[in-house]
Design a protein around this ligand. Sequence first.
Ligand SMILES: [Zn+2]
Length: 383
Amino acid sequence: MVKARFYEKPYLKKFESIVKEKIVENGKIKIVLNDTLFYPEGGGQPADKGYINNIEVVDVQEKNGKIYHTILGDIEPGEPVKGKIDFDYRFLNMQHHTAEHIVAGLICKNYNAENVGFHIGESYVTLDVNVILNQEQIKNIEIEANKIVYKNLLVKTNFYDEEDVKDWEYRSKKELSGEIRLVEIPGVDLCACCGLHVKRTGEIGLIKLLSVEKYKSGSRIYIVCGKKALDNYNFEYDIVNKISVELSAKHENVYSSILTLKDEIKNLDKKNNELQNKLFDIEISNLENKHTQIIFKENLDMDKIKSLCLKLKNKVDRIAGVFSKEDDLYKYMIMSDFDDVKKISKEFNEICSGKGGGNTTMAQGKVYSDKEKIEDFFKRYDN
Ligand SMILES: [Zn+2]
């Protein structure tokens, strides 16, 4: 594990150093400094962002004990530099990292689980454990985790020789040797970790467990903390507020109002269907008696097309057809107890640029043609 100044001074934002080495890899300039405050990506925590001599640092990676800063500019070895890290971003990562230790520590202790994955993303943190947890268990963990925040416990980080800690019980995702860095939240968790943490748990502000889902043979938990938790609250509150205005309902009543609204829509749909069926009946009874009848409609779903076509079939002795316009095409269904509509629809599709299929008594599909051409095609069956 590389030892750098960010471990001793995780709250320091600016530093001075000298460029020790410069490499160009895939067209990207990467520099190594004598010493740095830039945290390299690792242990689930993203790389720091910031500036070196006002040149943007877009990535920081550790390789073979060296920390490489990818910069959008050029600085030569030997040059003195002033570095400045984006501390808002870093602090959020520290809050999230400590929160993850608290949540993982509680889950591992309460459910005899193991923490098998952790990632700080742009929008949230994901924590993977090897047990299946339900919403109620997650709610309880959230309450416990926030109690640890209120206690404002000191987060202790120390390097130890593996021999010194060989009998200690601490969490670790892999077998460790040599020097081991342990992060302790007293009474809550002891974990091997190379990441950066807040000094006291109170600095996390709020730990919000957004959701839990099954992941591999365990669970994945989505977490937000600090400002991200506030942003999340504002985002959700704004949505509830807008719904509340639209429904003229208090926040606490928006859910029941939506359920009432859904019921009303369902009843209206039912009434609408009944009325439409009556209209279909009237429309069909007013049609003159022909051997073949084709009706044109707009925006009917296939169920309605079918029910109209069935009614129409009783009125004719050859072919009944319903064509419903939707954008630049017609959805259609044709039925007959006399003619082979499978054969007819095949010919129809060829002539009128359609596609579809069916059986001898019913065929359906869509057709890219105009009304006149469709009517013209079926005229031949009206005798
Ligand atoms: Zn960690």
